[in-house]
Structure formats: structure tokens, C-alpha cells
Design a binder for this molecule. Structure first.
Ligand SMILES: Cc1cc2nc3c(=O)[nH]c(=O)nc-3n(C[C@H](O)[C@H](O)[C@H](O)COP(=O)(O)OP(=O)(O)OC[C@H]3O[C@@H](n4cnc5c(N)ncnc54)[C@H](O)[C@@H]3O)c2cc1C
Length: 340
């Protein structure tokens, strides 16, 4: 039996969460679906403890704190979360509404669909090292959920992007020893981070080596050492108990690719007035959409959510007028927020 609501949001990342707020202010009820077992998307899955510096009004906030604050902000609107579920199919009903199905057999019927699916179900790229699967989750990790777990470890980090550099800087004070390896002496990361990393190397606090990881040695998932292949093709033995490869993420868009949304390079093209896809009633906001000038920033997604909500209102309440109001001065908005 399908449940009915005003809007279904696919993806409970920061942008899906803020969409609940903007839709809620307009009295639209929402259900969210996310394959992850908790809200926050990339913020909680990839960098819960890392500080974000470009959220307006919050000079510094970690990925987890931002998620917690968004959850608190949307509390008054009582959104229903379907976590640990993949949105698998979308069907247009004869009455013009949409039915979204999940792999847990949840069915939600709504006037509008908001795809806030970010990079899709993101999967880290596994380095091509024989037998690495045996160590995953025990000595080999593709994300840092809790920095404390790495205290006192002998850590090897591989990669040349922001994640590799950021985790090198963040874990250096906690680790017993830390070595960064990259196949060349050049990085795709923020220059400031690269400079900071080089300073730590100069101070003898960490090591950097131009090399790639050729083999892992250990038993029962417990890593003891690796063989490094140096730039000059010589091999070296490095003792370590923790290996963090940061070779980027593979975007696995999954079933959204089958939603008939005319994807362009795995992104959903939208207009910049309503952030609606070419299929009326289906909106796309946050990292999943594309339009001229798109910036994959959280603040851009927040703006997109606000404009999307105005358009979704007219679909869900075709006979009602929408009056623009400020939260500071509207007693009706304040009542909805539970502050009046
Ligand atoms: C290391 C790092 C640092 C960053 N730093 C900053 C920064 O400083 N400032 C900034 O503005 N941005 C930053 N970003 C980018 C920012 O995290 C993204 O722009 C933001 O997370 C996008 O939010 P979103 O809600 O659109 O998507 P996401 O956060 O990707 O969330 C999408 C959600 O949709 C779910 N999903 C996808 N497909 C399905 C499906 N079929 N069924 C169910 N669920 C599905 C996923 O599981 C996910 O939870 C950073 C990103 C990274 C990786």
C-alpha cells in the first residue's frame, strides 16, 4: 500500500535536508529516501570531522555538525525518512502524480519528485593491488569515520588529491608514523595543503615518497608491511599497520539513470528558474544537477532548494496563491517553525 505525501526527495544529503525546510515553510509535506543508513550524504559519509569554512553565517562547521544542525532546523516539519533504501523506480500515475518505489518495497505517491542524489551511491575506487579485499575494514580504509581510531597507528596514505592531503595533515598529529606516497611529485590538491604537507616533511614529522603500492603483507586482514615501487623502479619495504588509499570515488548513479531524465554525463540538466528537469514535476538540486555556471557547493544547493520549493508548490497546490514572506516577520511562518 503506497503512502501519500506532497514531495518525495531522493537523497538525504545536505541539500535534500534543506529542501525539507524550504518545502516545509510552504506547508508541503516530505518523505526522504537514502541508501545510506543516516542523513548527511557526503558530509557524514566522507568528511564528518573535517571543517567546512564556506557555509554562510557558520565560519567553521564540520560535516557532521552541519548535518546535525540541518536535522534540528527541519525538525518542525516532521519529514519521514526511509533510510537504508535505494530509490529504484519512478512511475507517472494517471492522476498526474508520481509513484516512487524503493528496494525495500516502500511506495510513496507524491505531486513532485526532488532528486537530490549528489554523486549517486558513491563507491571509493579500489587500487589494483592483489588481495586488498582481505584487509578492507580491518587495516585498509577508504574513508575516515573517526580520527581517534587511527591514534598511535603506523599509517600509509596513498593519493595526490584533496582527500589524501587533507587526511595526511589531519592524521599526522595522531599517528605514530605517517608516510604519504604518490606516483609523482605533483598534486591535484589545494596548494596550501601541499605546502603544509611539505613543511611537516621538512620538520621530520611525516615522510613523503614518490612511489606506488605494489603489494600488501600481513595475515588475517592485519597489515604488517607493504612493498613500494619507487619512481626509479626499485622496490622498498615499508612497515605499517594501516593503509588509506584515496584514489577518488566512482560515481555509481544507479537506478536514477533509468528514471528517463535525459542525463548529461551522469548529471540531470535543469533550468535555473525552478531547477526542474526536462520532465515536468521532477526537480534536481545539489551535486546531481547541471546548468551553465553550476558550482558543486553546498551553498549553491541551498539556493536551488529555495527556488525549487516555490515551483513545487504550484504543482502540489495548483489553486492556491503563494505569498513571499520572511521568516523574521511572518507570524504564520513562525507558527510553522514552532517559535511563535
Ligand atoms: C572531501 C570533501 C570536502 C568538501 N568540502 C566542501 C566545502 O568545503 N564546501 C562545500 O560547499 N562543499 C564541499 N564539498 C562538496 C559537498 O559535500 C557537496 O556539494 C554536497 O555534499 C552535495 O550535497 P547533495 O545533497 O547534493 O549530495 P550528497 O551529499 O552526495 O548526498 C546525496 C545522497 O543521495 C543518496 N542517493 C543517491 N542515489 C540514491 C538512490 N537511488 N536511492 C537512495 N539514495 C540515493 C546518497 O546515498 C547520498 O546520501 C566537499 C566534498 C568532499 C568530498
Amino acid at each position: 500500500m503506497a503512502v501519500e505525501t506532497d514531495v518525495v526527495i531522493v537523497g538525504a544529503g545536505p541539500i535534500g535536508l534543506f529542501a525539507v525546510f524550504e518545502l516545509g515553510l510552504l506547508d508541503l509535506k516530505t518523505h526522504l529516501v537514502d541508501i545510506l543508513d543516516r542523513p548527511g550524504g557526503q558530509c557524514t559519509e566522507l568528511y564528518p570531522e573535517k571543517p567546512i569554512y564556506d557555509i554562510p553565517g557558520l565560519p567553521i562547521v564540520t560535516g557532521q555538525e552541519l548535518t546535525d544542525r540541518l536535522m534540528e532546523q527541519i525538525k518542525p516539519f516532521g519529514a519521514t525518512f526511509h533510510l537504508g533504501q535505494m530509490a529504484t523506480a519512478l512511475e507517472k500515475l494517471p492522476d498526474g502524480r508520481w509513484k516512487l518505489k524503493t528496494d525495500a518495497d516502500t511506495e510513496v505517491v507524491a505531486h513532485a519528485i526532488v532528486v537530490a542524489a549528489g554523486g549517486g551511491s558513491f563507491v571509493p575506487k579500489r587500487p589494483p593491488i592483489a588481495g586488498i579485499e582481505d584487509y578492507e575494514g580491518k587495516s585498509v580504509f577508504y574513508a575516515v569515520r573517526k580520527m581517534e581510531n587511527f591514534r598511535g597507528k603506523n599509517i600509509l596514505i596513498a593519493g595526490g588529491g584533496d582527500s589524501a592531503l587533507d587526511w595526511t595533515l589531519n592524521l599526522a598529529p595522531l599517528a605514530n608514523s605517517l608516510t604519504l606516497v604518490h606516483h609523482r611529485d605533483g598534486f591535484r590538491a589545494n596548494q596550501h595543503s601541499v605546502n603544509q604537507m611539505r613543511e611537516l616533511v621538512d620538520q621530520g614529522k611525516i615522510k613523503f615518497q614518490v612511489a606506488s603500492v605494489k603489494a600488501l603483507h600481513g595475515a588475517g586482514g592485519k597489515l604488517e608491511a607493504v612493498t613500494l615501487l619507487n619512481h626509479d623502479k626499485t622496490e622498498a619495504h615499508l612497515a605499517c599497520d594501516t593503509f588509506l588509499p584515496f584514489f577518488g570515488l566512482t560515481m555509481k548513479l544507479g537506478p536514477i539513470a533509468e528514471f528517463g531524465l535525459n542525463l548529461h554525463e551522469n548529471l540531470i540538466p535543469v533550468d535555473t528558474e525552478k531547477f526542474e528537469s526536462p520532465t515536468p514535476g521532477i526537480f534536481a538540486i545539489g551535486d546531481i544537477n547541471t546548468y551553465p555556471g553550476k558550482l558543486k557547493l553546498i551553498l549553491s544547493g541551498f539556493h536551488e532548494a529555495a527556488l525549487m520549493a516555490q515551483a513545487a508548490f504550484h504543482i502540489a497546490r495548483p489553486n492556491e496563491k503563494l505569498r513571499f514572506q520572511y521568516t523574521t516577520s511572518s507570524s504564520s511562518l513562525q507558527k510553522k517553525l514552532g517559535v511563535a
